[in-house]
Design a protein around this ligand. Structure first.
Ligand code: G1P
Ligand code: ZN
Length: 561
């Protein structure tokens, strides 16, 4: 084995965002680009001697090439052992499970999550620490700083390609590479949490499900459990083969991008239960027959019914949600008499709360739900949780959600994504609004109130649509005291309605402005409104207050979920 040091110069812009470093594939394919980032990461981590690294990705274009490079760099940088998923594959939650189960010092996930793949799509890399969760900002910032001063990287030179397809052990110099089954550890973990016997009986009774893996890495995991262990008929999992370009689809499980599943779940002959996961299988979407469950509601429903699931029968210690996620879960926490936490966007903020045992469940409005079983959100876990509830209650998805609303009230919720905004325009919009926040407190938006009453979606007394508080969300981690500023602009109305605005930290082209709307409705006779109508007053107020069309130069949001 010959270790060489390759001289290199720094690339600008290698700062990890909400979830790792994400760029267009072409950027990652530039000579030394990936290597610089990986070397900066290795330089930032303490002594690698005797350490184990877990490595895998969602199988998108460039995954295999990147795995080969990282293995040769890990050997040159002194790792004792690397566990790599067969074919270079590991879903994000599976990597988290493997890191935890096998006591690795960390893991590298190769994924751009729900972003499109293929030669014209995106690629990404993210480091997870020994708890199995995303590295905290102290590490990602240190890595970024290191990328800016890097002058070389070390790598094992040449040699033949490492066989990633055969399970077993390979040596590369002093380092051992173990090619592991990417599915087994995660599947076993699922079996330890859920009532597989009840779920088998649910399928045996003739209930049907469709799981759309969106041609991404979730397919093998879903097939192994649903069709393999739970007896679901073959074909329950569709788009189940991971493809380098995700079949040309946008592997984001929401009603806009999972159109095929939405169509399949419509009509009398549709399956009882529909679900989908994203590129790296950490997101989930839950559907009933002609019924969409919002991720915010999903978190609340899982929390309220956790006692029906073996892994959570002992109760929950607390629930955490990201700030833009609806307050539905807070209502459940209150009823259960447990703590609730509001964190900034991004799964990394849940890690400390989970490690400290302060929360058992956590979730985000962006189709992410998870628990203390790993330190990532987990698509298949959420789907199995729902399946366990369907089997345990004998109810349909819609019945469970309607029962939940009847008990806790309904939190109408929607997110509008303004995509492809020029970066300077997006920054100007957010900066201008941030400056105007103090002046907005106490202002009334009667047009919004009038629209609301005219549409018959609220009482005339809905606080006359007065803004009670407005701020840029800052978070102090209750475990380590670290403070994160500028996490999203919040307009909080009397009566609990909210508008939140923030810029995406996962995109690779221009800026994406996310605008989140939430309004609480206690009255069951008003739980059947079309979501966009129920939120129309807030949508109108956001336009009036922030000047979205004018300032973005766009006619409207590209995606509404
Ligand atoms: C988005 C979601 C966020 C999620 C992240 C990674 O980040 O909004 O909730 O944690 O993807 O899946 P954003 O693009 O908004 O920064
Ligand atoms: Zn993802």
């Amino acid at each position: 084995m010959k270790i060489v040091t390759v001289a290199t110069t720094a690339f600008a812009g290698q700062r990890p965002g909400t979830s790792g470093l994400r760029k267009q594939v072409g950027v990652f394919m530039q000579p030394h680009y990936l290597e610089n980032f990986v070397q900066a990461l290795f330089d930032t981590l303490p002594d690698k001697a005797g350490q184990t690294l877990v490595l895998g990705g969602d199988g998108r274009y460039h995954n295999r090439v990147a795995v080969q490079t990282i293995l040769r760099m890990a050997a040159a940088n002194g790792y004792a052992r690397v566990l790599v998923g067969q074919g270079g594959l590991l879903s994000t939650p599976a990597l988290s499970a493997v890191v935890r189960k096998l006591g690795a010092s960390g893991g590298i996930v190769l994924s751009a999550s729900h972003n499109p793949g293929g030669p014209d799509g995106d690629f990404g890399i993210k480091y997870n620490i020994a708890n199995g969760g995303p590295a905290p900002e102290t590490i990602t910032e240190a890595v970024y700083t290191r990328t800016q001063g890097i002058t070389g990287y070390t790598i094992v030179e040449g040699g033949t390609a490492i066989d990633l397809d055969t399970l077993g052990t390979i040596t590369l110099g002093d380092m051992t590479i173990e090619v592991i089954d990417p599915v087994a550890i995660h599947a076993q973990l699922m079996a330890s949490l859920f009532d597989f016997a009840a779920m088998r009986a649910w399928f045996a009774a003739g209930h049907r499900m469709q799981y759309d893996a969106m041609c991404a890495v979730g397919g093998p995991y879903a097939k192994a459990v649903l069709e393999g262990r739970l007896g679901a008929p073959a074909g329950t999992v569709v788009n189940g083969e991971p493809l380098e370009d995700f079949g040309g689809h946008h592997p984001d499980p929401n009603p806009a991008h999972a159109a095929q599943l939405m169509a399949a779940m419509s009509g009398q002959s549709a399956p009882d239960f529909g679900a989908a996961s994203d590129g790296d299988a950490d997101r989930n979407m839950i559907l009933g027959r002609d019924f969409v469950v919002t991720p915010s509601d999903s978190l609340a429903v899982l929390a309220a019914n956790a006692h029906l699931v073996p892994g959570y029968r002992a109760g929950l210690t607390g629930i955490a949600r990201s700030m833009p996620t609806s307050c539905a879960a807070d209502a459940v926490a209150k009823a259960l008499g447990i703590a609730s936490y509001e964190t900034p966007t991004g799964w990394k903020f849940f890690g400390n709360l989970l490690d400290a045992g302060r929360v058992t469940l956590c979730g985000e409005e962006s189709y992410g739900t998870g628990s203390d079983h790993v330190r990532e959100k987990d698509g298949l876990w959420a789907v199995l949780f729902w399946l366990n509830l369907l089997a345990a209650t004998g109810q349909s998805v819609e019945q469970i959600v309607r029962g939940h609303w009847a008990r806790f009230g309904r939190h109408y919720y929607s997110r509008h994504d303004w995509e492809g905004v020029a970066t300077d325009r997006a920054d100007a919009l957010v900066n201008s609004l941030r400056e105007r926040l103090p002046g907005l407190v106490g202002t009334r938006w009667p047009e919004a109130g009038a629209a609301c009453v005219a549409a018959g979606v609220a009482d005339a007394d809905i606080g006359a649509w007065q803004i009670e508080a407005a701020d840029d969300f800052a978070y102090t981690d209750p475990v380590d005291g670290s403070v994160s500023h500028k996490q999203g602009l919040r307009l909080l109305f009397a009566g609990g309605a909210r508008i939140v605005l923030r810029l995406s930290g996962t995109g690779t082209q221009g800026a994406t402005l996310r605008v989140y709307f939430e309004r609480y409705e206690a009255d069951p006779s008003r739980h059947d409104l079309p979501t966009q109508a129920a939120l129309a007053p807030l949508i109108a107020a956001a336009e009036q207050i922030a000047g979205l069309c004018l300032r973005t130069g766009l006619n409207g949001p590209a995606v509404i979920t």
